[in-house]
Write a protein that binds this ligand. Structure first.
Ligand code: 13P
Length: 252
């Protein structure tokens, strides 16, 4: 049985006061969270230390938003997976569509990043998803398959056993336009079928999150779908009450 996961992607938002306030509320409210759901918060890197301190005795896990593929070197402004590991980071978002679009990350680079994350014993949250133009051209599945297969072909399949996949249709990110539960379920089932071609047990155990305008009103319906194992939440994860409601919307 897959344990549900709700991941907060704070993107480039926050301040010291904000982090203290938000995590204070989360740790109070989620101190006795149900065993059914795992929760991870992914702050901007400068706040990892503060978050680690606040989450010390909390079941809420710490995550990060990106890692460079190299273990060290002359890459000004970048952060290595090993450095994240020093802060007890459990999961790292890799290949977010904003990184693909704004920072020109390629499928090959994203595969290398996943490799550096798993080499440190952490779980990549690998993001895949099509643009509106690609969906309208009937290419949604082909795009998602290309993005996923690039990683599955580069890494030994066994190394991906603790990975998480996040399906984030680009047209639903930050737009208030959510994929319908049926649309999301269809793509999640497709992703699981791609995984099953390589390893059926891994496919059954892999958590596949939905991301794209998840909020307190739509989370329960989305999470009720058979192949949706939780969410990767952007904007709504910055509002404590709303994020807590989303975490409590997991019913499987
Ligand atoms: P929103 O929830 O703000 O649409 O962002 C989704 C996202 O990009 C999470 O990674």
């Amino acid at each position: 049985m897959r344990r549900s996961l709700v991941a907060a992607n704070w993107k480039m938002h926050g301040s010291r006061e904000f982090v203290e306030e938000l995590l204070g509320a989360l740790t109070r409210e989620l101190a006795t969270q149900s065993e059914e759901v795992e929760i991870v918060v992914c702050p901007p890197s400068p706040y990892l230390s503060l978050c680690k301190e606040i989450l010390r005795s909390s079941p809420v896990l710490l995550g990060a938003q990106n890692a460079h593929e190299a273990s060290s070197g002359a890459y000004t402004g970048e952060v290595a997976a090993q450095m994240l590991n020093d802060f007890d980071v459990a999961m790292v978002i890799i290949g977010h569509s904003e990184r693909r679009a704004l920072f020109a990350e390629t499928d090959a680079q994203i595969a290398a990043k996943c490799q550096s994350v798993v080499a440190q014993g952490m779980s990549p949250i690998l993001c895949v998803g099509e643009t509106l133009q690609e969906r309208e051209a009937g290419q949604a599945e082909a795009v998602v398959a290309r993005q996923l297969n690039a990683v599955l072909e580069a890494l030994p399949i066994a190394s991906m056993s603790d990975a998480v996949i996040a399906y984030e249709p680009v047209w639903a990110i930050g737009t208030g336009k959510t994929a319908t539960p049926a649309q999301a379920q269809e793509m999640h089932a497709f992703i699981r079928s791609l995984l099953a071609k390589r390893d059926s047990v891994m496919a059954e155990n892999m958590r596949i999150l939905y991301g794209g305008s998840v909020n307190a009103s739509n989370a329960a319906q989305l999470f009720a779908e058979q192949d949706i194992d939780g969410g990767l939440v952007g904007g709504a994860s910055l509002k404590p009450e709303e994020f807590i409601t989303i975490c409590k919307s997991v019913s499987k």
